[in-house]
Design a protein around this ligand. Sequence first.
Ligand SMILES: CC(C)(COP(=O)(O)OP(=O)(O)OC[C@H]1O[C@@H](n2cnc3c(N)ncnc32)[C@H](O)[C@@H]1OP(=O)(O)O)[C@@H](O)C(=O)NCCC(=O)NCCS
Length: 163
Amino acid sequence: MTGFRIRPANGEDARVLSDMLVEAANWNVSRARPRVAVLEDPTVLRYVAGWKRPGDFGCVAEDAHGAAVGACWARLFPADQPGKGFVAVGVPELTLGVNAQWRAQGVGRALLQELGRVAASSGAARLSLSVDHGNFAQRLYVSEGYVTVQSRATADTMVRAVR
Ligand SMILES: CC(C)(COP(=O)(O)OP(=O)(O)OC[C@H]1O[C@@H](n2cnc3c(N)ncnc32)[C@H](O)[C@@H]1OP(=O)(O)O)[C@@H](O)C(=O)NCCC(=O)NCCS
């Protein structure tokens, strides 16, 4: 695990998170959409819209030149406008994305682990997420302690207690 470092996500990171949101939404390259189409989709855009609002937290992985290569962040959604991985009011839902050329080098796992630490210090008791069926990322989540709490038609909702 070398060549990158992780820092907290700040209020200036909306563009970085949008980039990584597109990576996450386009995890299946055979169904990838253009960036503009992904970010025009309100069911996707809501994960970064208005960043950084109260309750939002996250972390960014950077290369040796300070360029962002991945991000993991979490935000709260209300019950009447739930995210895909919503489980309860007060449980932040995370998003994780890594630039294609940086994948399989430990960045995703390191970001996920750091987000867990930030969640603990923010007072969150649990973290949730939604992962599409067939995305290998689910194995990463399982190995980091996430448990499937609901299986839907095309995706699973997973939860982990924050320690
Ligand atoms: C999923 C993702 C965030 C993982 O980040 P990453 O930096 O590639 O993952 P890591 O290098 O930390 O590897 C984590 C685990 O996944 C495994 N892995 C990595 N790439 C893999 C691949 N292409 N196929 C299967 N397993 C893979 C690794 O082997 C590792 O497990 P191990 O430690 O037991 O070997 C990243 O690949 C990505 O951005 N994918 C597209 C977006 C996405 O799917 N986001 C999640 C949406 S829910």
